[in-house]
Design a protein around this ligand. Structure first.
Ligand SMILES: NC(=O)c1ccc[n+]([C@@H]2O[C@H](COP(=O)([O-])OP(=O)(O)OC[C@H]3O[C@@H](n4cnc5c(N)ncnc54)[C@H](O)[C@@H]3O)[C@@H](O)[C@H]2O)c1
Length: 437
């Protein structure tokens, strides 16, 4: 079957929702895609090798905050299934690969894409479509995934099957923008593949943005994250200098932001975390180094600054305690928020990990509080609780705000904390009572 004929046949099955969809990886990205595809009327199977995760989903228990149990149950009622058995891929028309792309000792770890590609390749049939959604360097779809699919299936990309890339922009915890109303960049290795990727996502995303090749789509995602990463690093470095210059950096940012054009607001913080900012730019700098032999200096500099922010926070804690004639060693420090951003429970790459580890290493008694990270007693060597306790606050030497969850009652916290350092500019208006980064 030619690519054009394959695409026509698949397009009509996408149109009438009879296409069978397999989503490899049921995490923050894959589970949300599965839910939306199921709502759109597709027959969806989730491939999840973590058997505990698969069992939880199959029993109607979601571990992703953006997917409530009711939404999961409704999908199960419509026929959505989850399995750890690769045989679940039998007969798929569209396979979406949304597996992790972490770093292993600062280098891209593509083993998850390779494993998922091999699984999809083993069940690939003529006329089917494979879409990579994981964030990765430009070239991954055509140089890595395509050859794996071809080798495992004995079929040819673009001749026998369709292949594309579409980056995910999901922002966990964002109440305004979700998968449906965030424009989705789509691309394929040829026109037929592009049309099929576009048709699939158009079934449940309001607006797609077609680009001419997978490389452009892959790079688009990394530009978005590198842009944030570099700008946050700029503001973080500025914040450190501004503090030493005796200038309120956040007030200066507010003033700069009144310019109605040519400025975008970024805020200093204790570092960057999550699956994206500390990781994705390094995929690009690795590719540039490997293929062009050049250093991507902006990314290296941003990594360096953002990775050192936890150390700077510890230095500011030390200085604050020093003013009270106290040492870190033996002080009781209450840390508010350990996830990498507000109102989510994701602690991957969270800057709270090195901050807490360093404080504990210096001999502090650290009690961390995070209402979004339940079920754990400890975090990075500190005790972990889910609720703020007035007596605990009052008995501390310092309260350190790392992640400004909206559950925290800040007036109450400021009232009871003997001394406080706010790394998120949340407590503006409490000047004199609270020190800010
Ligand atoms: N989390 C986000 O906010 C976000 C946003 C945009 C893009 N992304 C990107 O999307 C990709 C997935 O991220 P995530 O946050 O969903 O990760 P995640 O860790 O939440 O989920 C990935 C899932 O894939 C499973 N998995 C591992 N190997 C597999 C395999 N061979 N086959 C099938 N499943 C496998 C894991 O068990 C896990 O459940 C990454 O490349 C990430 O950078 C993430």
């Amino acid at each position: 079957m030619t690519s054009a004929a394959s695409a026509t046949s698949l397009l009509s099955r996408l149109e009438d929702r009879t296409a069978r969809i397999a989503v490899l990886g049921q995490g923050y990205v894959g589970l949300v895609v599965s839910m939306r595809a199921s709502e759109a009327g597709f027959d969806v199977v989730g491939l999840e090798p973590d058997e505990d995760r698969a069992a939880a989903l199959q029993a109607g228990r979601s571990y992703i905050e953006d997917v409530p149990d009711e939404v999961l149950q409704a999908a199960l009622d419509r026929g959505y299934t989850v399995t750890s058995d690769p045989a679940g891929l039998v007969g798929f028309d569209v396979a979406v690969i949304s597996v992790p792309t972490p770093l292993r000792e600062t280098l891209p770890d593509l083993s998850y894409i390779e494993a998922a590609g091999a699984m999809a390749g083993d069940h690939l049939r003529p006329g089917a479509l494979v879409i990579l959604e994981s964030t990765t360097y430009p070239g991954t779809t055509t140089e890595l995934l395509g050859p794996i699919l071809e080798e495992r299936s004995g079929l040819r990309a673009g001749e026998d099957f369709l292949l594309g890339y579409s980056p995910e922009r999901i922002d966990p915890g964002n109440p305004t923008y979700g998968l449906a109303n965030t424009p989705k960049v789509v691309a394929g290795i040829d026109d037929a593949s592009t049309a099929a990727v576009d048709a699939f996502f158009s079934a449940f995303v309001e607006h797609t943005v077609v680009v001419s090749g997978c490389g452009e789509a892959e790079l688009a995602k990394i530009i978005e994250n590198t842009f944030r990463h570099v700008n946050i690093a700029l503001i973080n470095e500025l914040a450190m200098f501004a503090h030493d210059l005796g200038v309120d950096v956040n007030e200066a940012i507010d003033a700069a932001a009144t310019k109605p054009f040519g400025f975008m607001t970024f805020r200093p913080g204790p570092g960057v975390g999550g699956h994206c900012l500390p990781v994705d730019p390094s995929y690009l700098s690795w590719k540039v180094k490997m293929q062009l032999g050049e250093s991507f200096r902006f990314i290296e500099l941003a990594n360096d600054i953002n990775e050192h922010m936890p150390q700077y926070v510890v230095r500011r804690v030390t200085a604050a305690l020093n003013e009270e004639r106290k040492a870190v060693n033996g002080s009781r420090i209450v840390v508010l928020g350990v996830s990498y951003k507000p109102n989510v429970g994701d602690t991957r790459e969270s800057p709270a990990v090195p901050v807490v580890e360093q404080l504990v290493g210096l001999g502090a008694e650290v009690i961390a509080i995070d209402p979004h990270v339940p079920g754990l007693d400890h975090f990075a060597g500190a005790a972990l609780r889910s609720e703020v306790d007035d007596e605990l606050l009052a008995s501390s030497d310092l309260v350190l705000l790392l992640t400004d969850h909206s559950e925290f009652d800040y007036d109450r916290i400021v009232k009871h904390a003997p001394r406080m350092l706010d790394t998120r500019n949340r407590l503006r208006g409490h000047d004199g009572e609270v020190e800010r980064l």
